[in-house]
Ligand binder design. Sequence first.
Ligand code: E4P
Length: 217
Amino acid sequence: MKFFVDTAEVDDIRELQETGLLDGVTTNPSLIAKSGRDFKQVIAEICEIVDGPVSAEVAATDVDGMIAEGEHLAKIATNVVIKIPLTPAGLKACKHFTNKGIKTNVTLCFSANQALLAAKVGATYISPFVGRLDDINLNGMDLIADIRAIYDNYDFDTQILVASIRSINQVTESALIGADVATIPPAIIHKMYNHPLTAKGLEAFVKDWASTGQTIL
Ligand code: E4P
């Protein structure tokens, strides 16, 4: 499973890039607003740090506007992926980008039927939002399993990009289901390293090694 980071904070992306774990980045208008920075400048900076796909979301909600903005954003760097909302207009714009060979990430997916529509217009990625479904007492991970089954039934190439991740367990479940990508907030990625037995075990090894008085080099 590929790991994308879900943030518009360039410093966090640079730090994660150095871990060798990062396969791509997703942003959205709320994350850009939170950064307080110029959208296109941020996308250009991220694309210089990361070789993998970097999702940049259109702001327009009409087909022509989404196409114009998406084509503009796609010129920033070759690894820009155009993020489009899952609406009738968004899917028309997606089909346009598919035909032009421009990669797309169809976002704000909350149902299996929506994911089916996105695959039929050739979306590169579908972004089901698991955390926001859990927020309204539905089961986000059930949706991921349903989309996996549907895409496998028909050999759709669209990659399942699990979004709105709020816990490390959702990352595990995504991998168990066979999602293609998880886009994860930086704080959750950092939590994935942790286990109390790792910390406790290392503390004991360091202490016991010191007691031997040996050095390796
Ligand atoms: C994904 O592409 C979205 O930007 C993001 O995962 C949404 O997460 P949220 O529901 O925590 O805002």
